[in-house]
Write a protein that binds this ligand. Structure first.
Ligand SMILES: *Cc1c(COP(=O)(O)O)cnc(C)c1O
Length: 394
C-alpha cells in the first residue's frame, strides 16, 4: 500500500492525524499546553534548533495545529504548510514576510476586501508599490508582471464577484518574471481546484470558510515550497497571530466532511444559479458553472467543480431592494461569513467589502444590489422554494 496515492475523500478523513493519536485515541487531542517540558537539556536544545522534531512553545508550534496543517498540506499536494489565527492573519504574514521596501506587487481589483486594504492602505506605507489590474484582463496582468515584480497575488474565484482568472497562464507569466505567485483558494477549496498543480507557488485559505465549514472557528493556512513556508512561519511566529489549538480541532473535524459538503454545494449551487438566471426579478447571475458565465471556459479547465458560491443582482438595482429582500429568506443567515453548512447571504457592503466606502465599491465594479449567496447543504428544493417566495415582492 505504500505507493498507493489515496484520494481527497480519504485524505480528508485520515491525513495528518496519525502522528498525534496517542493512548489508542481515534481523534487528535486538543493540546492546550503553552509549552513542552524536557528533562534532557541537550534534547531541548536540539528541538529548539530544529535539529529534532518536537514542540517548544505553542506560539511557534502545537500538536493539534500541526495535525490541521498536515491535513491541508496533503490535500493541496504541497511540500509544507503553516497556519495563522485567521485568513487575514496568514495573508498579512505572507506579504510582510516576503516583501521589502522598494518591492512591487501585481494583483487584481477583485481580491477579498481585507486583502485589497493591505494592498491600498498598508503596503504603500512601507514603500511597496502595488498595481491592481482588471481581474479578467489577462493581457494587462501579463504586461504588468513582465515589467518586474516580486509577488503576483491572485484569487479565483473572487469574493464576492465570483470572477475566474486563468491560474496556469498567469502562474507561467509570474514565474517567467521571477515573481512568487500566490493564489487565494478559499472559494474553490482543494476539492475543486489545486493551484499548485497549475504552477502557483503558494496556495492559501481562509480556513474560517469551507475548510472548517461550520462557522464556529477562525483560521488561515498557506501551503507551498518548504523554503517559502519557513519564511512565512518565522514571521508569523514573531508577529504572534497563532492559530488556537481549539480552533485547529474544529477545523480538523470540519475537514473530515469537506469532500461531501463540497460535492453537495457544487450540485446545489448550479441548480440555484440556473433557477435565478431564469427569474424575471433577477439581474445578473455570476456562477462559473453557468455556460453563460464569462469565467466558464477557464473554470472548466482548472476546476473539478464550480463551488458553492454565487453572486446575483436584483433587477431593481438598489441597496433598498436588498434591504427588503434579505429578511424574507427563511433558510439563509444574513451574515458576514460564507462556506458553512447553512446557506448564508449578504451584500458586499456588509460582508467582503465592509471596510470600503460606497464610492470605492462602485470603483471596483460592485453593484449596489449584488448579493453573495453561499449555498449550504440543505435540500436544494427547499432553498429554491425559499428564494422563489422571497422574490415575489418584486
Ligand atoms: C474571508 C476571506 C478571507 C479572510 O479570512 P478571515 O478568516 O476572515 O480573516 C480571505 N480571502 C477570502 C477569499 C475570504 O473569503
Amino acid at each position: 500500500m505504500t505507493n498507493h496515492q489515496i484520494l481527497a475523500g480519504t485524505q480528508c478523513i485520515w491525513a495528518g492525524e496519525e502522528e498525534y493519536l496517542m493512548q489508542g485515541a481515534t481523534q487528535v487531542p486538543v493540546v492546550h499546553s503553552v509549552s513542552y517540558g524536557y528533562k534532557d537539556v541537550d534534547e531541548w536544545m536540539q528541538v529548539a534548533l530544529g535539529q529534532k522534531a518536537g514542540h517548544i512553545y505553542s506560539r511557534a508550534t502545537n500538536p493539534t495545529v500541526h495535525a490541521f496543517e498536515e491535513k491541508i498540506r496533503q490535500l493541496e499536494g504541497a511540500e509544507a504548510a503553516t497556519s495563522a489565527s485567521t485568513g487575514m492573519g496568514i495573508i498579512s504574514s505572507t506579504l510582510f514576510a516576503l516583501l521589502s521596501p522598494g518591492d512591487r506587487v501585481v494583483s487584481v481589483k477583485d481580491t477579498y476586501g481585507g486583502t485589497n486594504l493591505i494592498f491600498t492602505e498598508f503596503l504603500p506605507r512601507f514603500n511597496i508599490e502595488v498595481t491592481l489590474c482588471d481581474t479578467t484582463d489577462h493581457e494587462a496582468i501579463e504586461n504588468e508582471v513582465a515589467k518586474g515584480c516580486q509577488v503576483l497575488y491572485l484569487e479565483s474565484p473572487t469574493n464576492p464577484t465570483v470572477k475566474v482568472v486563468d491560474l496556469a497562464r498567469l502562474a507561467a507569466a509570474g514565474s517567467k518574471a521571477g515573481a512568487i505567485v500566490i493564489a487565494d483558494n478559499t472559494f474553490a477549496t482543494p476539492i475543486n481546484q489545486k493551484p499548485l498543480s497549475l504552477g502557483v507557488d503558494l496556495v492559501l485559505h481562509s480556513a474560517t470558510k469551507f475548510l472548517g465549514g461550520h462557522a464556529d472557528a477562525l483560521g488561515g493556512v498557506i501551503c507551498g515550497q518548504k523554503s517559502l513556508i519557513k519564511q512565512i512561519f518565522h514571521f508569523r511566529e514573531i508577529n504572534g497571530a497563532t492559530l488556537h489549538p481549539m480552533a485547529a480541532y474544529f477545523l480538523l473535524r470540519g475537514m473530515k466532511t469537506l469532500h461531501l459538503r463540497i460535492r453537495q454545494q457544487n450540485e446545489s449551487a448550479l441548480n440555484i444559479a440556473r433557477f435565478l438566471e431564469s427569474h424575471p426579478a433577477v439581474g445578473d447571475v455570476r456562477y462559473p458553472g453557468l455556460t453563460s458565465d464569462e469565467g466558464h471556459r477557464i473554470a472548466q479547465q482548472q476546476m473539478h467543480g464550480f463551488g458553492g458560491m454565487l453572486g446575483f443582482t436584483l433587477k431593481e438595482n438598489s441597496f433598498d431592494a436588498v434591504r427588503r429582500f434579505l429578511p424574507r429568506l427563511r433558510y439563509a443567515h444574513a451574515a458576514a461569513n460564507l462556506g458553512s453548512v447553512e446557506t448564508i447571504v449578504g451584500p458586499p457592503a456588509t460582508t467582503s467589502h465592509v471596510e470600503c466606502s460606497a464610492e470605492e465599491r462602485a470603483a471596483m465594479g460592485i453593484p449596489e444590489s449584488l448579493i453573495r449567496y453561499s449555498t449550504g447543504i440543505e435540500d436544494v428544493a427547499d432553498l429554491i422554494a425559499d428564494l422563489k417566495q422571497a422574490l415575489t415582492i418584486f
